[in-house]
Write a protein that binds this ligand. Structure first.
Ligand code: NAD
Length: 248
C-alpha cells in the first residue's frame, strides 16, 4: 500500500471515483481536502473525517480559495483533478452551451486548479498532480464528441505541465480508466439503453478483457500510487486503468 503524506486536494470528491479516492488517500495517510459542488456527498465525506470545501472547479476565485484552505491544513503535496461530467451528442447535435460546459468542467478546471495549487506544491518542496483523462482519449464511441475532446486534451495538458514543472520536483500524470461503475456511468447506461440500463452495463463489461466493468476503488488505489513517492520517477505519462478494454 502506497504511503501518502501532507495535504492532497481531490476534486469531484462527492461522488464516484473522486469520493473513493478521497477515502483511499485518507486511509493511506494524507490529509485530504475534498472539493465539490454537491453538498450531500461532501457531508458524507465529513462523516469519515475528511475535510471538505464547497467549490466550483470552473471558478478561478473558488480554486484560489481551495488552495488557500489546503495550505492552512498543512504542506500541500498532491492534487487529484477528478471532477468531470459528460454530455451526449455528435458535434452536430451538441448545443454550444453543452460543449462549453464540458470543456470548462473537464479541461479548463485542470488549468484553473493547477494554477492555484502549484505554487503551494512548490513551497512544500514539490509534489504530484494526477489529472483525470479517460479511455475515451484513445478509443471512443459515438455521441460523446465534447467529452472525448476534453479527455484527449487532458493528456496533452498533462505532458505540458510535466515539462514546465518537473524542474520544481512536481510530477504530473494522467489516468485513463475504462468503464467504472459510478453515477456518471449509470446515467450513460440509461441514455444508451433507457429500457434496460443493466443490459448496457453488462455489454460494456464484456468489452473489457476482465469481462466486467471496474469499481471506483480500483482507480483510486492507482491514483494513490501515482501521488505517492513510490512513483517518484513517473511523470508526463498517461496510464490505463481499463481492465484490458484497449487491448480488445
Ligand atoms: P461522478 O458523476 O460520480 O462524479 C463527478 C463529480 O464531479 C460529482 O461529484 C460532481 O458533483 C463533480 N463536479 C462536476 N462539476 C463540478 C464542478 N463544476 N465543480 C466541482 N465539482 C464538480 O463521475 P465519475 O464517474 O466518478 O467521474 C469522475 C471522473 O472520472 C470524471 O472526470 C470522469 O470523466 C472520469 N472518468 C470516469 C469514468 C467512468 O467510467 N466512470 C471513466 C473514465 C473517466
Amino acid at each position: 500500500m502506497a504511503q501518502l503524506n501532507g495535504v492532497i486536494v481531490a476534486t469531484g470528491a462527492a461522488s464516484g471515483i473522486g469520493r473513493a479516492s478521497a477515502e483511499v488517500f485518507a486511509e493511506q495517510g494524507a490529509v485530504v481536502l475534498g472539493v465539490d459542488v454537491a453538498d450531500d456527498g461532501l457531508a458524507t465525506l465529513r462523516t469519515r473525517n475528511i475535510e471538505t470545501i464547497h467549490a466550483d472547479v470552473t471558478s478561478q476565485a473558488d480554486c484560489v480559495r481551495v488552495a488557500e484552505r489546503a495550505a492552512e491544513l498543512g504542506p500541500v503535496r498532491g492534487l487529484f483533478n477528478c471532477a468531470g461530467l459528460e454530455r451526449h451528442g455528435s458535434v452536430v447535435d451538441t448545443p454550444e452551451d453543452d460543449w462549453d460546459r464540458v470543456q470548462d468542467v473537464n479541461l479548463k478546471s485542470i488549468y484553473l486548479m493547477s494554477k492555484a495549487v502549484i505554487p503551494r506544491l512548490h513551497s512544500s518542496g514539490g509534489g504530484a498532480i494526477v489529472n483525470m483523462s479517460s479511455i475515451q482519449a484513445h478509443a471512443t464511441q459515438t455521441e460523446v464528441a465534447a467529452y472525448a475532446a476534453t479527455k484527449g486534451g487532458v493528456i496533452s495538458l498533462t505532458r505540458a505541465m510535466a515539462l514546465d514543472h518537473g524542474p520544481e520536483n512536481i510530477r504530473v500524470t494522467a489516468i485513463c480508466p475504462g468503464t467504472i461503475e459510478t453515477p456518471l456511468v449509470r446515467a450513460n447506461a440509461e441514455y444508451f439503453d433507457p429500457e434496460d440500463p443493466q443490459r448496457q452495463l453488462a455489454e460494456w463489461g464484456r468489452m473489457h478483457a476482465l469481462n466486467r466493468i471496474g469499481q471506483a476503488g480500483e482507480v483510486a488505489r492507482f491514483a494513490a500510487f501515482l501521488l505517492s513517492d513510490e512513483a517518484s520517477f513517473v511523470t508526463g505519462s498517461w496510464h490505463l486503468v481499463d481492465g484490458g478494454l484497449l487491448a480488445s
